[in-house]
Design a binder for this molecule. Structure first.
Ligand code: ADP
Ligand code: ZN
Length: 704
C-alpha cells in the first residue's frame, strides 16, 4: 500500500488525484516500457518520472539542458523530503565526487544531469551506479525539427543501447508531429507509446494586435498594467536594447518593472529573477532568455512586444502565465518590421528552411481572422470543436467587405511605381502625400497618385498586410523590401478576380465580459499576505525560492480553509508529509493567531442571549440583574423566543387565564400594535409583561 503511485502522490507531493495521463504513464514506466510524454508547460510532466523514481530501487537519471531549472527542481524535491541532487559542468570535482558518492551509497533517488555531464560520465562513474530509469526532459532539443535544437542532445542516441535493460521516458512541452517522430527515432526508444495531453490552456486569454505604433503601444501597456495592480507579468522583446527601453518607459510611469537579458552579469540576472519570483518585483521586461528556469505559478499576464520566431516559442512563453490555473491574459503585438528582422535571423541561422517555415506559420497565426485558439491547437495536432470565446477574434469578430477595388488601387499603384517601392511609399503615393522623395522621384505624376485618399495610413497599412497575406503581393527581401505583384495579384488587376478583406479595427479591443483580475476582493487577502510574508521569511532562511516552500495556490487554499490541525493542513494541495513536518507548525500557528484576532465577534441578539441564560436555569429576575436591564425587557425576550418556536414552557410565565381573557379582544385590538389598549381593556389589572406573553401564545397558536 505504502508504495502505490497514488499514495506517494498524496503523502509526498500533497495532491489527491492524478491529472489526465499521469497515472497511465507512471504505470507504463513501472512496467519498464519506453514512453514519450507531451504535456503543455505546467501540465505536470515531472511527476511522471519522479513517482517511478521513488518506487524503483536504484537511481533515476534526469537529463535536463536547463541548469537553473535543475537546481530548482532538486530543491523542490528535497523540500518534499526526496533524496535528489544534480551534477553539471559548473561544479567542482569535489562537489561532483560528493554527489557520486551519495549515488553509490544508495542515498539518491533522482540525479539530474546536464547532457554534457551525462556524456562525459556515461563511460566512467555512471557505470558504477544502479540506474533504474532514464528521463529525458525537454526532449525536443534532440530534434533538428524542434525549435530549440541542441547538438549535444544528438549524442544521446547511443544511450538507449548502453542502458538496454532500463526504461526511458522522454518529455517535452513542445513537439509537432515531425519532432515527435524524430525524438523517438533519435533516442532509439523501443516500442514507445506517446501520450499527448491537451495543450489547451483555457485560462489564458489570447489577444493579437498588429501595427500599433510604439507610442500607442506603450500607452496601451501602461493602461493594461494599471488595471492589474500588484499582478505579476512578463513582457517579451526581441532585442536587449528593447527590453531596457520599455522597462525605462514603464518606470517613468511609476510602474515597478526591470529588464532582463543575457547580456547582463549573472548576479544581476539572478537578483532580478529572484525578486520577481518573490513578488518583490512586479514586472520583468525580457528577451526570451528569461523564463526557462522559473516555475512561478502566479504570473498573471504575458505580453509579447514583437512577433516570436515560431509558434512553439510563443506558446511556451505565454504558457508561463497562469500555471496555477487561474485566469490570465496574453497579448501579442507585432508589425512587419519584426517579420523582416526575423527572416534575417533565420537566414543567418544555418537551418533557414526549417526556421523560415516555422516563422511563416507564426505569421499566419498572428494574421488569422478566425478563432486563435483553434489555430493554435490545430498546430499541435489538436482539434477544437467550438470557437474558444476567449480570444480577440471571438470577442471582436472581423467584418468582411468586398476589397477588390482597394486591392486594384494598391496593385496598379505598385505597377506604376515599377514595383520598386516599399509599403510606406506605396501608401504615401496612394494617399497623395507630399514629401521630398515623392517630388524628387516625380511620383506625383503617376495616375494612381492620390487615388486612395479615402483611407487613412493606418487602414492602408492593414489592407496591405492583408494583400500580402492572401498572396496578391509579396516582399522582395533581397531588393530592399520592395513590393512585387504576384501572379494572383495580376489576376485581380487584369481579370477582376474578387478579393475579400476585413475592415481594419482601431485596436482598443472591447472590454472583456469577464474580469480577470483575481487578486482583488478576496476576503482572505489579509491572511494570504501574512502567509506570503511567512513564506518569504522561511525562503530567505533556507535560501531557496519562495515557491519551493509553497506555491500561491497552496497559500490561497490555506487562506480560505484556515487549517489549524496537522490533518487539516495535510489536505491543502501541495502539502505532503515532509512539508507538514518542515513548515506545518509555523504556518498553522500563524493561521491560529489570525483566526483568534480576526474572528468577527458575532453579535448575538439580546433575546437569544436571554434564551441561553434561561436555558441555563436563570429566572427572568436573575437574567435582568445579570444583564442590567428591566425585567419587562426579559419577558418580552421570552415572548419573542416563544413566537419563534424556541423551546420554552410559556405557562411558567403567564397563566392560561390571562390568555383566555385576551383571546376575545385580540383581533380588535392587535391592529393598533400596542399593549396599552389591552392594558386598559383589562381594567389595568394585568401587568404589561403578562399581556406581552399572552399575545405571544395567541400569535403562535394562530400560526399553528
Ligand atoms: P511541467 O514540467 O509539465 O511544466 P510540472 O511537472 O512542473 O509541469 O508541474 C506543474 C505544477 O503542477 C507543479 O507545481 C506540480 O507540482 C503540479 N502538479 C503536478 N501534478 C499534479 C497533480 N496531479 N495535482 C496537482 N498538482 C499537480
Ligand atoms: Zn477564440
Amino acid at each position: 500500500m505504502e508504495n502505490t503511485p497514488l499514495h506517494i502522490l498524496s503523502s509526498t507531493f500533497g495532491y489527491d488525484a492524478f491529472r489526465n495521463h499521469q497515472e497511465t504513464i507512471i504505470n507504463r514506466v513501472l512496467d519498464k516500457r519506453d514512453t514519450l510524454v507531451l504535456m503543455p508547460t505546467g501540465g505536470g510532466k515531472s511527476i511522471c518520472y519522479q513517482i517511478p523514481a521513488l518506487i524503483f530501487d536504484g537511481v533515476t537519471i534526469v537529463v535536463s539542458p536547463l541548469i537553473s531549472l535543475m537546481k530548482d527542481q532538486v530543491q523542490a524535491l528535497q523540500a518534499n523530503g526526496i533524496d535528489a541532487d544534480y551534477a553539471n559542468s559548473s561544479m567542482t570535482p569535489l562537489e561532483e565526487e560528493a554527489v557520486l558518492s551519495k549515488a553509490m551509497r544508495g542515498k539518491l533517488k533522482l540525479l539530474y544531469l546536464s547532457p554534457e555531464k551525462l556524456l562525459s560520465v556515461r563511460d566512467t562513474w555512471l557505470t558504477s551506479i544502479p540506474v533504474s530509469l532514464i528521463a529525458i526532459d525537454e526532449a525536443h532539443c534532440i530534434s533538428m525539427w524542434g525549435h530549440d535544437f541542441r547538438p549535444e542532445y544528438t549524442q544521446m542516441a547511443a544511450l538507449r543501447k548502453q542502458f538496454s535493460e532500463i526504461p526511458f521516458i522522454a518529455l517535452t512541452a513542445t513537439a509537432d508531429k515531425l519532432t515527435r517522430k524524430d525524438i523517438i527515432e533519435q533516442l532509439g526508444l523501443l516500442e514507445a507509446e506517446t501520450f499527448i495531453s491537451s495543450f489547451d490552456r483555457k485560462n489564458l486569454s489570447l489577444d493579437i494586435r498588429a501595427q500599433i505604433p510604439k507610442k500607442d503601444r506603450i500607452k496601451q501597456i501602461v493602461r493594461f498594467i494599471e488595471e492589474r495592480k500588484n499582478e505579476s507579468g512578463i513582457i517579451y522583446c526581441l532585442s536587449r536594447k528593447n527590453t531596457e527601453e520599455i522597462a525605462g518607459d514603464l518606470q517613468s510611469f511609476g510602474i515597478h518593472a526591470s529588464y532582463y537579458h543575457a547580456g547582463m552579469n549573472p548576479q544581476k540576472r539572478e537578483q532580478i529573477q529572484e525578486q520577481f519570483i518573490n513578488d518583490d518585483l512586479q514586472i520583468i521586461v525580457a528577451t526570451i532568455a528569461f523564463g526557462m528556469g522559473i516555475d512561478k505559478s502566479n504570473v498573471r499576464w504575458v505580453i509579447h512586444n514583437n512577433l516570436p520566431k515560431n509558434i512553439e516559442g510563443y506558446y511556451q512563453e505565454i504558457g508561463r502565465a497562469g500555471r496555477d490555473g487561474l485566469p490570465s491574459d496574453t497579448i501579442l503585438y507585432f508589425n512587419y518590421k519584426d517579420v523582416i528582422l526575423l527572416k534575417q535571423f533565420a537566414d543567418q541561422s544555418g537551418q533557414s528552411n526549417v526556421q523560415l517555415e516555422k516563422l511563416k506559420r507564426m505569421q499566419q497565426f498572428a494574421e488569422a481572422t478566425s478563432c486563435r485558439r483553434k489555430i493554435l491547437l490545430a498546430y499541435f495536432g489538436e482539434h477544437l470543436e467550438e470557437n474558444c470565446g476567449n480570444c480577440d477574434i471571438c470577442l471582436n469578430p472581423p467584418t468582411f467587405i468586398d476589397g477588390t477595388i482597394i486591392a486594384q488601387k494598391a496593385l496598379s499603384g505598385l505597377v506604376r511605381l515599377k514595383e520598386k517601392v516599399g509599403m510606406n511609399m506605396l501608401i504615401n503615393v496612394l494617399r497623395g502625400s507630399q514629401n521630398a522623395e515623392i517630388h524628387a522621384m516625380g511620383y506625383y505624376t503617376i495616375k494612381t497618385y492620390g487615388q486612395g485618399k479615402e483611407h487613412s495610413f493606418f487602414d492602408w497599412q492593414n489592407y496591405m498586410i492583408q494583400l500580402l497575406n492572401i498572396g496578391a503581393m509579396e516582399i522582395a527581401y533581397q531588393e530592399g523590401n520592395s513590393l512585387k505583384v504576384t501572379p494572383f495579384g495580376w489576376d485581380i488587376l487584369k481579370n477582376g478576380n474578387k478579393v475579400s478583406l476585413t475592415i481594419p479595427q482601431k485596436i482598443e479591443p472591447k472590454k472583456k465580459a469577464k474580469k480577470t483580475a483575481v487578486n482583488t476582493g478576496n476576503t482572505n487577502q489579509d491572511l494570504f499576505q501574512k502567509l506570503r510574508q511567512l513564506r518569504q521569511k522561511i525562503a530567505r532562511e533556507e535560501n531557496v525560492p519562495a515557491y519551493i516552500i509553497f506555491n500561491d495556490k497552496s497559500l490561497k487554499e490555506m487562506a480560505s480553509e484556515m487549517p489549524v490541525t496537522d490533518n487539516a493542513f495535510l489536505t491543502i494541495s501541495g502539502v505532503g508529509n515532509q512539508k507538514l513536518e518542515s513548515f506545518g507548525d509555523e504556518f498553522i500557528s500563524l493561521i491560529k493567531t489570525h483566526k483568534e484576532t480576526n474572528t468577527p465577534k458575532v453579535k448575538i441578539p439580546a433575546y437569544i442571549e436571554t434564551y441561553n441564560l434561561h436555558k441555563q436555569g436563570l429566572t427572568p429576575q436573575q437574567i435582568a440583574e445579570q444583564r442590567n436591564v428591566q425585567v419587562t425587557t426579559i419577558y418580552s425576550h421570552i415572548a419573542q423566543c416563544y413566537e419563534e418556536e424556541k423551546d420554552i414552557n410559556i405557562y411558567d410565565f403567564v397563566s392560561e387565564e390571562v390568555v383566555n381573557q385576551i383571546k376575545p379582544i385580540y383581533s380588535d385590538l392587535i391592529t393598533e400594535g400596542k399593549l396599552k389598549p389591552f392594558f386598559e381593556a383589562l381594567n389595568e389589572e394585568v401587568p404589561y409583561h403578562e399581556i406581552r406573553l399572552a399575545l405571544a401564545v395567541i400569535k403562535r397558536r394562530a400560526v399553528l
